[in-house]
Design a protein around this ligand. Sequence first.
Ligand code: NAD
Ligand code: UDP
Length: 320
Amino acid sequence: MRILVTGGAGFIGSHLCERLLGGGHEVVCLDNFFTGRRENLYHLMDSKRFELLRHDIIEPVLLEVDQIYNLACPASPVHYQYNPVKTVKTNVMGTINMLGLAKRVRARILQASTSEVYGDPHVHPQPEDYYGHVNCNGLRACYDEGKRVAETLMMDYHRQNRVDTRIIRIFNTYGPRMLENDGRVVSNFIVQALRGEELTIYGTGEQTRSFCYVDDLVEGMVRLMNVEEGAQREFDVHEPVNVGNPGEFTMRELADEVARAAGVEVRTRFCPLPQDDPKQRRPDITRAQRLLGWEPTVPLREGLKRTVAYFAERIKSREP
Ligand code: NAD
Ligand code: UDP
């Protein structure tokens, strides 16, 4: 197949491109390089089946493809709040452009949604039929509400135009190729631990997240894209599907795990909690298990070991 990956130069996108090329497909990667970098794709550039285009998805594009993975959007709060209006445009105008393309060339399209659609959840763990608890005008709204509209658009193009859509709700994902200055907690803690700095815990550190290793996430994403419709199915393939690791940790526990993986003493510093920071988050993955036969396989400790090795190498390669 010929497959388009928007945001393919980013953290998750680069792993997805690699996985799709490994499956024998032709891959067109489209990115505006806001948080993505060519370097994430250097090892794929020699492939004749790989093409990299600089393009911003808020502008329309015409390409002949069979499938579209729409990942383009900054994912770290630091980056998506840098230009919040642009974040909304990417999620709304960008998603309309990708859906328009899918409709025109009859491609199947998968939208990268997020656990942030649940906001600061009152239901725990979060099943897909929970409508969430989101502040529609706070600092996180450009991302949370942007992704909620992207889901709305996916369902409406499906119902109105019969576009073959899939929606994945991704929970916190980590692994090699996150940016050192990404701002998300796993990369922050690892880089701080490796540099001998204090780990910055926001708030009390009692808030929880559930961390999924990137290879597990990509496996779930590819399975969801390729699951076929069927009247006998228990779940509608067009409805959102949570993909994440149900192992839940407080940020204090995460700090301990990172220090252990990096082989250093844990030293922490408490910083103010950002606005609307969700207090707890854990996916209910029943739907992914039943629909896709998917479950995460990489425990946090193992995933952190691999991610620490990646950052250690990057930091070492920059030393004079
Ligand atoms: P990332 O920031 O590393 O990657 C995003 C990529 O999209 C970057 O390469 C960036 O340059 C590109 N991009 C941004 N705006 C664009 C635009 N307007 N046009 C073209 N390219 C654009 O983030 P990531 O962690 O790889 O996330 C990928 C997707 O997964 C995002 O849609 C994100 O919302 C979603 N997601 C990620 C997580 C996570 O924990 N990593 C959780 C939930 C959802
Ligand atoms: N966090 C932290 N220290 C950091 C960065 C983040 O304690 O250096 C906290 C943050 O307040 C949140 C959790 O870690 O409670 C996860 O933050 P991240 O930005 O990684 O993801 P999100 O909040 O989008 O789930």
